[in-house]
Design a protein around this ligand. Structure first.
Ligand code: PMP
Length: 560
């Protein structure tokens, strides 16, 4: 029989191993009285062991990455998949692995734990791969070659040709750790599994997916390699909570895509700003969500940043990284704070600056209040609007028009915002100016209170129905627009002329710089306009909702 590369590389003990067969593996149905695994019958659903083969999760990953489920094994973080590779392929005290320097530290630690010799080849000065030196160092016992791309801590993704040359010529398995690949804007080696039977690709949900806490690492390889690793993996290595959370996040990949885009554009802007700071001797190019900066005195900068509450990573003792700190890209607010802290270091020595001069970290990281006061005075109206988007639905409205007050109260009650509106208008002439100017001022108050719109949902919609059906779609995207699809037969509701309704919402849209789509149907005119105001309020409630502490901007344009 022809031995495949997986069998050729595997430890003999693993080739001959009969793996543990778990209860959940022997019977796989969902229905029945489970008396097979010595579990407690109480505390559902966490009383049951998790799916040992994570079938649903692997199916979803396979679909997302366009590979077969049989090409995937999951671990308790990449750190576990790295360890599994050692235990499957490297005989303690006999085999070796090869890697580059500098690189991610766990390959060496895992080698040490497993009693396997760890050898490195120094990267070229420009951090590129020294292909020939790597190949020259490989022996018959060198089972694995670890290549982290984009590499940690250097941040660069390795050239495709160099990688392909190593994959073709390295005698053992080539493990490409792609923990940071999503930030590179370039393809993954996952799609080359068919071409290279010795390729293993590692990915993780800890970086781009923002799920470091759940510990989910993914290894992709030929089915032969995966089957051998499956023998070694602890039976229930990925717990139920992790499997469920991962499935949920993987069902909405667009959220990750948007966040990755934001981190990439923040990274590029931050690096560009740092280039202009004289204390920084070099900002290294990056395909990851971190980058290196080189300084004359990295220790002093590290301490300076620490004093400001910022923790960077000192990599200055790593080969080729003399003088280097590694910085992860944060939220826009965090990056702004970092930049200011570094600039301050350039101009003054930390000791010379009284502590009170520094903006505290808390000032930057605390979620800002969303309040506004809008005063608008013309010859026709004198208006004061006060708003708190994060209020308790308190309303205090006085426009001089009872029915308008009643409608505006709906906005506060159903949006959850606190709203105070005081208007002195030229009602002795007619209602026109009061209705229009109040709607503009209210819209402007919303726009001001929303501020930079960081972290908001942006879109809202509502379809309330009493005896009337109203539909309001809302987008605080910055473009004023109204689509109005409601007809009124009566001339007035209360003292409000129905011909003014469209105008009120148009004025609001202009003031708030939002897109509004309004549609309503129903017999009772009072209920119909009330339903529209309520629906607007509900849509506002949804659109202004903000993830606590988040400053993620829901737009690919970089501003709203
Ligand atoms: N690979 C690389 C290159 C890393 O930098 C890290 C974490 N710093 C990991 C893997 C660890 O991944 P996980 O959280 O999935 O164990």
């Amino acid at each position: 029989m022809n031995e495949n590369i997986a069998q050729k590389m595997a430890r003999p003990a693993i080739l001959n191993l009969k793996p543990y067969s778990s209860a959940r593996e022997e019977f796989t149905g969902n229905e029945g009285i489970f008396l097979d695994a010595n579990e407690s019958p109480y505390n559902k659903p966490l009383n049951r062991y998790p799916d040992p083969f994570q079938q649903k999760l692997r199916e979803r990953i396979a679909e997302l990455k366009q590979v077969e489920k049989g090409n995937i094994i999951l671990g308790n973080g990449s750190d576990e998949t790295i360890d599994m590779l050692f235990r499957t392929f490297c005989e303690p005290g006999k085999d070796k692995v090869l890697s580059i320097a500098p690189t991610y530290g766990m390959y060496k630690v895992s080698a040490g734990i497993n009693g396997v010799e760890y050898e490195t080849v120094l990267l070229n000065e420009d951090f590129s791969l020294p292909v020939n030196s790597i190949l020259e160092k490989a022996t018959d016992n060198t089972k694995l070659l670890f290549l982290c791309s984009p590499n940690n801590p250097t941040g660069n993704r390795f050239d495709d040709e160099a990688m392909a040359e190593l994959l073709k010529n390295f005698p053992g398995l080539v493990v490409v750790d792609e923990a940071y690949v999503d930030f590179s804007g370039q393809g993954s080696w996952v799609n080359a599994l068919d071409k290279y039977p010795n390729l293993v690709v590692l990915q993780t949900l800890s970086k781009a997916w923002g799920l470091a806490a759940i510990r989910l690492g993914i290894a992709f390889a030929s089915a032969d390699i995966i089957q051998l690793m499956m023998k070694v993996k602890p039976p229930y290595n990925v717990n139920t909570l992790t499997q469920e959370k991962a499935l949920q996040s993987l069902s909405e990949p667009q959220i990750t895509t948007e966040r990755v885009q934001q981190i990439i554009s923040e990274r590029d802007a931050l690096m560009q700003s740092l280039e202009e700071i004289p204390t920084i001797k070099k900002v290294f190019a990056s395909d990851a969500n971190f980058f290196l900066i080189r300084l004359d005195d990295p220790g002093a900068m590290y301490n300076h940043l620490l004093q400001q509450g910022i923790i960077a990573r000192d990599r200055s003792r790593e080969p080729l990284c003399e003088g280097c700190l590694r910085i992860s890209v944060g939220t826009p607010a965090q990056n702004k704070y970092l930049l200011e802290a570094i600039k301050n270091y350039s101009s003054v020595k930390t000791e010379d600056v009284p502590a009170s001069n520094w903006t505290t970290v808390a000032d930057y990281l605390v979620t800002p209040e969303r309040k506004a006061v809008k005063e608008r005075k013309t010859k026709e109206t004198d208006i004061r609007v006060e708003i708190n988007l994060d209020g308790n639905a308190k309303a205090n409205i006085s426009t001089g028009l009872g029915f308008y007050d009643h409608m505006l109260e709906q906005i506060a009650r159903h949006s959850g915002c606190d709203l105070s509106i005081e208007v002195k208008g030229d009602l002795h002439i007619d209602e026109h100016h009061t209705l229009e100017d109040t709607a503009i001022a209210l819209g402007e108050a919303f726009a001001e209170a929303l501020g930079n719109k960081m972290g908001i949902e942006r879109y809202g919609f509502a379809l309330p129905m009493d005896d009337c059906a109203a539909m309001v779609l809302l987008d605080f995207g910055g473009r004023p627009e109204l689509v109005w699809k409601a007809r009124f037969k009566r001339e007035k509701v209360g003292e409000l002329p129905t011909e003014m309704f469209e105008h009120i919402f148009k004025s609001f849209a202009v003031g708030a710089r939002c897109n509004l789509y309004i549609k309503a149907k129903g017999k009772n005119e009072h209920h119909k306009i009330e339903a529209i105001f309520k629906a607007l309020a509900r849509a506002i409630r949804m659109a202004v909702k903000r993830e606590a502490g988040s400053d993620f901007l829901p737009s690919t344009k970089g501003m709203l």
